[in-house]
Ligand binder design. Structure first.
Ligand code: ADP
Ligand code: MG
Length: 717
C-alpha cells in the first residue's frame, strides 16, 4: 500500500527513471503526484455519430478503423487513417507520426477525441487533425495482449469527463500516462490519517474528506458540472484549496499571536501626549488620517508590541501620521526610528521631520551612507546616548549599525519595495522590550495579497486624499505628437511650473536600441526643445550625492524640467511640479506608472500626466494605459496589476515570502482565503463546545510538521 509520503518511484508504472522526470516537475512523493491536478477537463460523456458532427466542435467518436497509411510529403510524414461507422466515414491525420505505422489494424474499434474540421479532400465531410485516440477493441489480438482486456483502462478515456494533465519530460509522460498512473495510485492508497482540519470548521465549510477530494478532482463523478470543474469550484477543489489556505492563515495567525504575547511597551496616551501630537500638525488632518492615528495609538497603548501595516496611496499623507506616532513614543521617553528605502527619501523625511518637529523641540538625526564617517560616528553616539529622539535613515544602515538607548517605535517606509524578511530581522535584533513596528506602503496591496503576505499584521488604510488636490488629467499620446507635448511643457514652465520627463532606460543598449535613453534625450531636449530652460538629469548610475544635489535643486525650483529614469518613482515631493511626461509608457508596469503619476498633483495647480507611446503597444499595455486614463484609484490599479502580472511578479521581483501554492490561486480564490482566515482565527481563539483542545492541537501539529515541511514559510517555533 502507498501512503502520502511514499516516494513516487514505488508507484505502479513509475520507476527510478520516470521518477527523475517527475522530480523536474517538483513531484517526489505520492502526495505531490496527487496534487498534480488536471489543468482542464474534457467532456467525453457522449460519443457522437459521424453523421451528426459539426465543423468546429470538440467531439468524441467511437468508430472502426478502415484504412490507413503513411504519406511522405516534402515537409513531413503524415499518417492518415479513415475510420467509419456503417456508411459514414471520417478522416484522421497525424503529422510527423511515423511511430503510428504499426499501431493499428483494420477492424479495430477506436475512441477518438479532437476538433472536428470540414474535410477538404474528396469523400469525407469531416476530418480530425491529431485526435487523441484509444484502442477499445482489437479483434485480431491474442489473449492477454489486447487493450480490450483491460476494461478499467478503457473507461478512463471515454464515456466520462476526462482529466487533462500537463505533459512532462518533453511530452514523454503524456496526459494519458498521467491518467493511468494516477488512477492506479489512487486505488492503491492507504487510508488517510485523521483530518487535521477540525470537524467544526469542516462542517461550517461543508468540506468533503481529503481522499474523496483527490479522487473527484482527478476523476469527477458522473453528473459533475463541467464549468465548476474548469473553475475549480467543485466540492473536491474547494476542499483542497481551502486546506491549503487554512493552514497558511493558521500559521500567520499563530505568528501574530506569538508576537502579541511578547513584551512590548504600553505607551501612555495622556492629555499631555495628545496635546503634543496636536501641536505639531501643520494642517487639519483628514478623517482618514484621524482614524488611522487612532488605530495606531490604540496599538501603542497596549503592552503587546504593535505590528501594523499602513497602506495609503501616493499623496494620501502618511508622513504626518508617522510623525504623530513618533511624537507619542518620544513623549513617553522613547526613541523612534524611521527607515526609508533610499537616501533621497530618507533625506526628504528628515527635512519634513525637522520642519514639523524641531519647532516643538524634538531632536532628530539623519543617518545615510553618503555622510562622511565623522558625522556618522557622531550621530551614532547621540543615538546610543539617547540624545537623538528620532533617527531617520536608510533601512540597511539603521538595522546593521545602530545601537539605540531606548528604542520604542520603528517606522518602516517601504514604498513599493517589500522587505518582508528585513522586517523580521529587525524584530529579532532588539534585545530589551520589542519595539512597536509600523510598516508604511505606498503601493496599495490587493486584499488577497495582504492577507497572504501580511496576514500576521494588522492593517490600516488611508483611503482619502488631503483636500485641495485637483484631479490629475491623464492623456495618452503617440510620440509622433511629441512636438505638441514639448510645446505644452514650455507653456507650463513659462507659467512658473516644473515638469518631469521619464524614460525607461538610461543608455541605449543593444537590446533596447530603439528606446530613447534619458541621457541622449536630455542632450536633445536641452539643445533643441527646451533652449533657455533649466533642464536637469537624474538617473540610477549617478552617485548618491549627485542624485541628492539634483533632486534638491529641482525641489528649490532651480531646475524647470527634470529628465529622469524611474529613480524618481519613489516618494519625492515637489509640490510645484505639475507635469509628468512618461515616454514609452507602454513599457512600464501599472503600479510603476501609478507611482510616477503620484509625483504630481501635490500642489494646488492643475496637473497633467502625459503617457507617450512609441512603437508597438501590446494588448496588455493597452489595458494598462486605458486604466491609467480611467482611474486614479490606487487599489483599483493594484487589482488590475495583480491580474496582469500574477502574485509572483506583482512586486516587481519574485517575492520571497510568497507561498508556492499547489491548488490555491489568489486571483480566483479570494473568498476562500477570507474564509480560511476567519476559520484560522476561530480555531486559535481556543476550545469551545464545538472545538476540543485535541482538535486544535492536531491542526497546529499538522502545520508545524507536514505543512511546514512543504511550504516552509511560516516560522512558528
Ligand atoms: P504620502 O502618503 O505619499 O507619503 P505625504 O505624507 O508625502 O504623502 O503627503 C503628501 C502631501 O500632502 C504633503 O505635501 C503633505 O504635507 C500634504 N498633506 C498631508 N496631509 C494633509 C492634510 N491633512 N491637509 C493638507 N495637506 C496634507
Ligand atoms: Mg511618503
Amino acid at each position: 500500500m502507498l501512503d502520502l509520503a511514499t516516494n513516487v518511484q514505488f508507484v505502479k508504472g513509475i520507476g527510478p527513471k520516470i521518477a527523475q522526470i517527475l522530480l523536474e516537475k517538483g513531484i517526489s512523493t505520492v502526495e505531490d503526484l496527487l496534487y498534480y491536478l488536471p489543468f482542464r477537463y474534457e467532456d467525453r460523456l457522449n460519443p457522437r455519430g459521424i453523421g451528426e458532427l459539426r465543423a468546429g466542435e470538440m467531439a468524441s467518436i467511437i468508430a472502426e478503423v478502415r484504412t490507413f497509411g503513411l504519406f511522405r510529403t516534402r515537409r513531413m510524414p503524415i499518417f492518415e487513417m479513415t475510420v467509419g461507422q456503417g456508411r459514414d466515414t471520417l478522416k484522421c491525420m497525424w503529422f510527423n507520426a511515423t511511430y503510428l505505422q504499426d499501431k493499428f489494424r483494420a477492424g479495430m474499434l477506436l475512441a477518438l477525441y479532437g476538433k472536428v474540421e470540414a474535410g477538404d479532400r474528396g469523400g469525407h465531410r469531416f476530418e480530425i487533425i491529431q485526435p487523441q485516440y484509444e484502442v477499445l477493441h482489437d479483434p485480431t489480438a491474442t489473449h492477454g495482449n489486447g487493450a480490450g482486456d483491460e476494461p478499467k483502462w478503457q473507461s478512463l478515456e471515454v464515456g466520462r469527463i476526462v482529466p487533462i494533465y500537463e505533459t512532462a519530460g518533453n511530452g514523454r509522460l503524456t496526459a494519458r500516462w498521467f491518467r493511468r498512473v494516477i488512477h492506479g495510485m489512487l486505488e492503491g492508497l492507504d487510508q488517510d490519517p485523521p483530518d487535521a482540519i477540525p470537524p467544526a470548521v469542516r462542517g461550517r465549510m461543508g468540506l468533503i474528506d481529503r481522499r474523496r477530494a483527490f479522487w473527484q478532482a482527478h476523476w469527477p463523478e458522473v453528473g459533475e458540472s463541467l464549468p465548476n470543474l474548469q473553475a475549480a469550484r467543485t466540492p473536491a477543489h474547494i476542499r483542497l484549496i481551502f486546506e491549503e489556505l487554512f493552514f497558511l492563515e493558521l500559521g500567520l495567525e499563530l505568528k501574530r499571536r506569538k508576537m502579541r504575547a511578547q513584551t512590548g511597551t504600553a505607551f501612555q496616551i495622556s492629555d499631555r501626549v495628545r496635546g503634543a501630537v496636536k501641536r505639531i500638525l501643520p494642517f487639519h488632518p483628514t478623517a482618514a488620517q484621524k482614524r488611522v492615528l487612532k488605530e495606531i495609538a490604540a496599538d501603542m497603548a497596549e503592552p503587546a508590541p504593535m505590528r501594523r501595516l499602513l497602506q495609503g496611496d501616493v499623496g494620501s499623507g502618511k508622513t504626518i501620521v508617522a510623525l504623530e506616532a513618533a511624537v507619542i513614543a518620544m513623549e513617553n521617553g522613547y526613541q523612534a526610528a524611521l527607515m526609508a528605502p533610499t537616501e533621497i527619501l530618507a533625506t526628504q523625511h528628515y527635512l519634513s521631520a525637522r520642519r514639523i518637529l524641531e519647532p516643538a523641540g524634538y531632536r532628530i538625526v539623519l543617518l545615510t551612507g553618503s555622510q562622511e564617517s565623522g558625522r556618522k560616528r557622531q550621530a551614532r553616539h547621540h543615538i546610543a546616548q539617547g540624545n537623538a529622539q528620532l533617527v531617520i535613515g536608510t533601512h540597511a544602515l539603521i538595522q546593521e549599525t545602530v545601537e539605540f538607548d531606548k528604542l520604542g517605535l520603528v517606522i518602516v517606509d517601504e514604498q513599493h519595495r517589500f522587505g518582508v524578511l528585513q522586517r523580521f530581522r529587525l524584530m529579532k535584533k532588539t534585545n530589551q522590550a520589542e519595539p512597536d513596528v509600523l510598516v508604511m506602503t505606498a503601493t496599495p496591496i490587493p486584499r488577497t495579497l495582504a492577507l497572504t503576505l501580511y496576514g500576521d499584521l494588522d492593517t490600516s488604510v488611508l483611503d482619502e486624499l488631503p483636500p485641495g488636490r485637483t484631479p490629475i488629467t491623464t492623456r495618452r499620446v503617440g510620440d509622433e505628437r511629441s512636438e505638441e507635448v514639448w510645446e505644452f511643457v514650455r507653456k507650463q514652465v513659462a507659467a512658473g511650473r516644473q515638469a518631469y520627463i521619464v524614460y525607461p532606460v538610461i543608455e541605449e543598449g543593444a537590446m533596447e536600441g530603439e528606446l530613447k535613453a534619458a541621457i541622449k534625450m536630455y542632450e536633445q531636449l536641452r539643445k533643441r526643445e527646451f533652449v533657455g530652460l533649466r533642464v536637469g538629469l537624474l538617473h540610477g548610475r549617478m552617485s548618491a550625492e549627485e542624485k541628492d544635489a539634483t533632486m534638491a535643486s529641482f525641489q528649490r525650483g532651480d531646475i524647470d524640467v527634470l529628465v529622469s529614469t524611474t529613480v524618481i518613482e519613489v516618494g519625492v515631493d515637489v509640490a510645484n511640479a505639475n507635469i509628468m511626461v512618461v515616454e514609452h509608457a507602454e513599457r512600464f508596469g501599472l503600479s510603476q506608472l501609478h507611482q510616477l503619476r503620484g509625483r504630481i498633483g501635490r500642489g494646488s495647480a492643475k496637473s497633467y500626466c502625459v503617457l507617450m507611446t512609441g512603437g508597438k503597444v501590446s494588448v496588455e499595455a493597452e489595458q494598462r494605459l486605458e486604466a491609467m486614463v480611467r482611474t486614479q484609484n490606487g487599489f483599483e490599479i493594484a487589482e488590475l496589476d495583480l491580474q496582469q502580472r500574477g502574485p509572483g511578479e506583482f512586486f516587481g521581483t519574485r517575492q520571497a515570502g510568497m507561498p508556492n501554492f499547489r491548488v490555491a490561486n489568489l486571483l480566483r480564490d479570494r473568498e476562500l482565503l477570507e474564509a480560511a482566515r476567519r476559520e484560522a482565527r476561530y480555531v486559535l481563539a481556543g476550545p469551545n463546545p464545538d472545538l476540543t483542545k485535541e482538535e486544535i492541537a492536531r491542526a497546529v501539529q499538522h502545520l508545524r510538521g507536514h505543512w511546514n515541511r512543504r511550504y516552509g514559510l511560516v516560522e512558528v517555533g
